[in-house]
Ligand binder design. Structure first.
Ligand code: ZN
Length: 207
């Protein structure tokens, strides 16, 4: 094991000459909505897409970073493909919701197939809610939790308005729960900061 994601190629990037300095392991974990954090594993959607889960190991790392499964959880190549398919269905359905549209029936069916396979248990321990995954295929059960979160969010079980990030290259999704409904970025720490800097530069005549 080299641990190098570059060894497996860049499955989704349209350009083959993706520079190695881009680090796919830096997950965007600032989004409050689990399903939208998963959507953010593909970054820069409106520019040159940055795939952050290029290997099963990276998918496991994302799950672990989100309290879904341990560091020894088995993840197959097949599950990685299914995970990306789920992610893109969430993104399309969420993007439709962001413009007051309805998801495509095929995307709803895919999400519903995932939630039908939901097998994780939610427990309360020391005042903290935690998902417990089954021993059989825990990683698939972890993704079913993500699908469940997507359906609850897209289906209106949460307060707020689903929006697309306005940072021009991002294309990510977020839930605006601000009182005035004026939130514009998926994350203030990343996209918000980027736009603040760009605006400052423009105000100084630098752009
Ligand atoms: Zn963004």
């Amino acid at each position: 094991m080299t641990g190098s994601p570059a060894a497996r190629g860049t499955p989704t990037a349209a350009h083959s000459a993706t520079p190695a300095r881009r680090s796919p392991q830096e997950f965007r974990l600032g989004n409050e909505i689990l399903a939208f954090r998963f959507v953010a594993t593909l970054g820069e959607r409106r520019a040159e897409p940055l795939e952050r889960i290029t290997t099963p190991e990276q998918l496991r790392a994302w799950c672990t970073a989100n309290d879904l499964g341990g560091t020894d959880m088995p993840v197959s190549d097949a599950l990685l493909r299914d995970a990306r398919e789920l992610r893109e269905a969430i993104h399309r359905a969420g993007s439709a919701a962001a413009v007051d549209g309805t998801p495509e029936p095929a995307d709803e069916e895919l999400l519903n197939r995932w939630t039908a396979r939901h097998r994780a248990r939610l427990t309360l321990t020391g005042g903290r809610a935690q998902w417990h995954l089954p021993d059989t295929d825990p990683a698939r059960a972890a993704l079913a939790v993500v699908a469940l979160d997507a359906v609850a969010t897209l289906g209106g079980h949460r307060d707020g308005v689903i929006k697309r990030c306005e940072q021009p290259t991002c294309g990510g999704l977020f839930m605006d729960t601000s009182r005035g409904g004026r939130r514009r970025w998926c994350s203030m720490a990343t996209c918000g900061n980027k736009m603040k800097k760009a605006n400052l530069k423009a105000a100084r005549g630098g752009a």
